[in-house]
Ligand binder design. Structure first.
Ligand code: NAD
Ligand code: MG
Length: 390
């Protein structure tokens, strides 16, 4: 039996992962499941899957989790240290599906014990790509992409020489506002930004899709994971979300990956890799679909894409700054303290402030430095937001 753990088990990716694992209960020995405030879901899944331990990220919810697990034989734990301890428990395969930079430390810990890390948490590579890849290498651990675009590129590269790759194209649906007039974006509400035309995902990544901050993170993720020169990474808006990515080779050929917009494909690919197994996803009917459209994104509409290019050029800790700034700006948008377009403005302002502060961006890329920089970035976003409100 394969030992598996799921970090962020109560979220959208976590629940899809559990759906796949629960279909074949004899094949998996579940070590750890983690979640946040949804104790009922966490306890229910931990009982059903017979996990060794369930961990909530919130220390003040330990009592609730204990009560919900009473008599089950599943151990309960809470807080950051408990998350790290759970990640250090031997497992063959670990799903990294916490949302945000909070997923970084448990992911690194899982790599250190040699587990294969299925990476839905793109923030891990955005914040600390070189550190994460080096940790994997040192501990002989494997990283498998779960983000649909990156899983698609990974699949298009099977049997290919990366040196023959000329370009990588990742697609974007364009999010909730792709057809809105530009002038209306300033007043877009949280509710409007939280509905995605094609994918059913967690709220934060759904809003990031509307602003293209999600695609901005994914461009950086592409550079880090595959080592592709940023100049050769392109984004195309593709409203049907059927082609997830394309790889162009030096002989002019392109390999495209197509599939229904269902994350269980990419999760299942990473779960069964290097094999392909039957997965419960819809089969495409291209004749019924009729057409696939592509167009270049308008940078005036999506400033996040331009910021990602600057970040890739800058290197160092700028990925960690970019991500933390985006996360905190998103908190303020969800909290209705800033407008939709103010998110990119605030992120740009904080990136500039770091650039002006000598040496901060170029500190060595260690977990400590990433976490400290993350903390300072959030503080600076708060100051920026306060200043503008005042
Ligand atoms: P979600 O919000 O639905 O779930 C997030 C999970 O993380 C929950 O289990 C939550 O309890 C936990 N969590 C939240 N804050 C935490 C913290 N501070 N510490 C520990 N745990 C915490 O998110 P999601 O949509 O499933 O996305 C998870 C990750 O996968 C993100 O990095 C996202 O970008 C990536 N991703 C998601 C999708 C998708 O379809 N949902 C697709 C591609 C990539
Ligand atoms: Mg994606």
């Amino acid at each position: 039996m394969r030992k598996v753990s799921i970090f962020g088990a109560t979220g959208s990716i976590g629940q899809n992962t559990i759906d796949l694992i629960a279909r074949d209960p004899g094949a998996y020995d579940v070590v750890a499941l983690t979640g946040g405030g949804n104790i009922t879901q966490l306890a229910q899944d931990a009982r059903r899957l017979g996990a060794d331990i369930a961990v909530t990220a919130f220390e003040d919810r330990l009592g609730d989790l204990r009560a919900a697990l009473a008599g089950s034989g599943v151990q309960a734990a809470a807080g950051q240290a408990a998350l790290i301890e759970a990640a250090a428990r031997p497992a063959d395969w670990v799903m990294s599906a916490i949302v945000g930079a909070a997923g970084l430390a448990p992911g690194i810990e899982a790599l250190k014990q040699g587990a294969t890390l299925a990476l839905a948490n793109k923030e891990t590579l955005v914040c600390a790509g070189p550190l994460v890849l080096e940790t994997a290498q040192r501990h002989n651990a494997r990283l498998l992409p779960v983000d649909s675009e990156h899983s698609a590129v990974f699949q298009a590269l099977v049997g290919e020489d990366i040196a023959a790759v000329e370009r990588v194209i990742i697609t974007a649906s364009g999010g909730a506002f792709r057809d809105w007039p530009l002038v209306d974006l300033a007043t877009a509400t949280v509710e409007q930004a939280s509905s995605h035309p094609n994918w059913n995902m967690g709220q934060r990544i759904t809003i990031d899709s509307a602003s293209m901050f999600n695609k901005a993170l994914e461009v950086i993720e592409t550079k880090e994971y595959f080592g592709v020169d940023p100049a050769n990474i392109e984004v195309l808006v593709h409203p049907e979300s059927t082609v997830h990515a394309l790889v162009g080779f030096q002989d002019g050929a392109m390999m495209a990956h197509l599939g229904a917009p269902d994350m269980r494909h990419a999760i299942g690919y990473a779960l069964h890799w290097p094999e392909r197994r039957d997965l419960p996803v819809e089969r495409l009917d291209l004749a019924k679909l009729g057409q696939l459209r592509f167009h270049t994104p308008d940078e005036a509409r999506y400033p996040a894409l331009r910021l990602a290019r600057e970040v890739m050029q800058r290197g160092g800790l700028s990925g960690a700054i970019f991500n933390a700034a985006k996360e905190r700006a998103l908190d303020h948008f969800i909290g209705r303290r800033i407008g939709f377009l103010d998110m990119a403005d605030a992120v740009a302002a904080v990136l500039e402030r770091f650039e002006a502060a000598d040496g901060l961006v170029d500190a060595p890329l260690t977990l400590d430095n990433v976490q400290q920089t993350d903390h300072l970035t959030r503080q600076w976003i708060d100051e920026t937001v306060l200043q503008r409100a005042g």
